[in-house]
Design a binder for this molecule. Structure first.
Ligand SMILES: [Zn+2]
Length: 275
């Protein structure tokens, strides 16, 4: 089906991960995950707006009509929470995420995207109504959903780990070819990113279900994201100029991905400033 900006939404085929988790993909842009526990269903991110959000709301009613639903917002970037308006259930997220959504950051993103495509003009910003600090766990009976505060990409970022099935939903903290560093406070978030990735790598991970990378077995992508940030910090420390740093630490992602190439340069400049 088509959703916001004419993008195609599809329910992913299960490629071997636990069948209590469903993945939903929108174009090549982003994914959301639905987790069906014994006690309740959790929607980890609500996608781009009322069309894609409504698909998620209907899907959980279809598969588990008798179970309560909870939404968890991974972080305050538009492509992860603009479907919130489709839900009257508890919407959980960090207090900081709510502040960003209700402040200049949220309003700025909405103004910008509304110019890009008229379907975004239908979005009403809805912040988490259960606003938490630090970390928390949701006890689903058969599955424990551990929400890990994992700054770096954004200061308000929550990854979701399920120990019983060794499955990590890292949100945007792990991505192909590398996780994107927060633009707002790059110096503090750079150190946080390294700590976050080190911590995630220590987890037992059989399946890695990312927002911006294909579903995959194992933790190789966590390792390569950490190697990227370690290499970056080392290159900043040992280079005599930003130009030399870019030479010794070049972009090695997909050649056709200008977005990541530009972001690599931005992240290098931030690391150079922060050294
Ligand atoms: Zn993001």
């Amino acid at each position: 089906m088509q959703v916001e900006a004419g993008l195609n939404l599809e329910l992913l085929d299960n490629q071997g991960w636990d069948s209590r988790i469903e993945g939903v993909q929108v174009g090549t842009l982003v994914r959301s995950h639905l987790i069906y526990t014994q006690n309740f269903t959790v929607i980890y991110d609500t996608l781009l707006g009322p069309l894609s959000g409504d698909f998620l709301a209907q899907r959980v009613q279809q598969r588990a009509p008798e179970k309560p639903v909870l939404v968890v917002v991974s972080h305050s970037d538009w492509d992860h929470y603009w479907g919130n308006q489709c839900f009257s259930c508890p919407i959980l997220g960090l207090d900081l995420a709510a502040q960003r959504i209700l402040g200049e950051f949220g309003a700025g993103e909405l103004a910008q995207k509304s110019l890009e495509d008229p379907s975004y003009a239908q979005v009403r910003l809805v912040a988490p109504n259960v606003r938490l600090q630090g970390e928390f766990s949701l006890h689903g009976g058969d599955l424990t959903l551990q929400l890990l505060h994992t700054p770096g990409h954004r200061p308000d970022h929550l990854a979701l780990y399920i120990p019983e099935i060794a499955t990590l939903l890292p949100g945007d903290a792990v991505e192909t070819p590398f996780a994107l560093l927060d633009e707002g406070q790059p110096a503090t978030q750079l150190a946080a990113m390294q700590t976050t990735l080190q911590r995630l790598l220590e987890l037992d991970i059989h399946w890695l279900l990312c927002n911006h990378a294909p579903p995959q077995a194992g933790k190789a992508l966590v390792e390569s994201n950490l190697a990227y940030y370690r290499g970056l910090i080392e290159a900043a420390r040992t280079s005599d100029s930003l130009d030399l740093m870019l030479q010794c630490f070049p972009y090695t992602g997909p050649a056709d991905q200008d977005f990541y190439r530009k972001d690599h340069e931005r992240i290098c400049a931030a690391a150079w400033e922060a050294r």
